[in-house]
Write a new protein. Structure first.
Length: 334
């Protein structure tokens, strides 16, 4: 059985959680965050959870923390750096809806010292500054007419998938389908998340990689696999939408870069966007996609508190997007 990763704070099944802690191939790292301009502010939140977890059978060590923080409704949301952004949510009793936002927090992974709030990035005051041009997202009709992406994964990657991931993912397919249908997401994306976070082990949670039934630092506990998968599905939707504006609940296929963004948001929150780094350089997402995406390293962003040892070698043979494509997900070319 895989070694449990250092628990990352989890949220009850009714709340989105934060998926950040140790790298899939490295030791746990401290949390860090910075405000991300351009992400619309969301409603107030109540509890923060950490979605970081170990995602490799060979290296399951991880450390992550989660903290609760509050921010004014007019403040710019920010991303927490620790392997995935912190998502805060508060269920509305009448309708049972959930609001999520990213939080800026810095939390030492191995220190017992108090948590220090990250200093928000100053808002530009220049009236002459140019606004970033926002690219229009292709509509449903354009996506359905778009050509399908033809995977070009190296034989070594295909063999590694067949030898390690195919069997556990096939075994849990009906569970993925059931949970994903309730949350309105693709079961193949949820399955890839489960593999990357805890190797799809039936007794481990994909939210933080902890063993089912193990209390997290914030006091939350996931007793069943479906409960943990439900939380992960909600976090995927919340993080992809908050950081990259991707709606996973739409019944349309995504492109490869969009899939990479989804998993980058789940793992590192808004750190890549803050540092103007493409998710196509993020090995957790695209390792093994083609011959050019092998022997990758974690992005060496200019943030001393970044998780997963930026600049270090990524040790797993493939990332999340190759897993999704191997499950015959109909990715498109935009």
């Amino acid at each position: 059985a895989p070694t449990a990763k250092a628990p990352a704070a989890k949220v009850p099944a009714t709340q989105p959680t934060d998926h950040s802690s140790a790298g899939s191939d490295g030791a746990g790292t401290s949390l860090g965050g910075a405000e991300i301009p351009g992400i619309p502010a969301l409603s107030s939140t109540s509890s923060t959870t950490d979605h970081a977890s170990t995602s490799s059978t060979t290296d399951h060590s991880s450390e992550s923390d989660s903290s609760t923080s509050s921010a004014p409704t007019d403040a710019t949301p920010s991303a927490e750096a620790s392997t995935s952004a912190a998502v805060q949510s508060q269920a509305q009793p009448p309708a049972g809806t959930t609001d999520a936002e990213l939080t800026a927090v810095i939390r030492p992974a191995t220190s017992s010292e108090p948590t220090h709030a990250a200093t928000p990035k100053a808002t530009p005051t220049s009236t002459t500054a140019k606004k970033a041009t926002k690219r229009k997202t292709p509509g449903v009709k354009a996506r359905r007419a778009a050509p399908r992406y033809q995977p070009e994964m190296p034989p070594a990657v295909k063999n590694a998938f067949l030898a390690s991931a195919r069997k556990p993912l096939t075994r849990a397919e009906f569970l993925y389908r059931d949970v994903a249908a309730r949350e309105g997401v693709s079961w193949k994306i949820l399955a890839a998340c489960d593999w990357m976070q805890c190797d799809a082990h039936p007794r481990y949670s994909p939210v933080r990689g902890e063993k089912l039934g193990t209390p997290n630092p914030d006091g939350t506990v996931f007793h069943t696999k479906s409960e943990a998968l439900t939380q992960s599905a909600r976090d995927l939707v919340a993080l992809a939408g908050a950081v990259y504006g991707i709606d996973l609940t739409l019944a349309v296929a995504l492109s490869v870069p969009e899939l990479a963004n989804v998993f980058a948001a789940y793992r590192w929150g808004g750190l890549l966007r803050q540092h103007n780094t493409s998710a196509m350089e993020f090995p957790y997402s695209v390792q093994g996609l083609t011959d050019q995406f092998q022997h990758m390293r974690w992005p060496k962003i200019a943030n001393p508190q970044a998780p997963d040892k930026p600049g270090s070698r990524y040790k797993r043979p493939f990332g999340a997007v190759p897993v999704v494509l191997s499950l015959d997900y109909p990715a498109i070319v935009l």
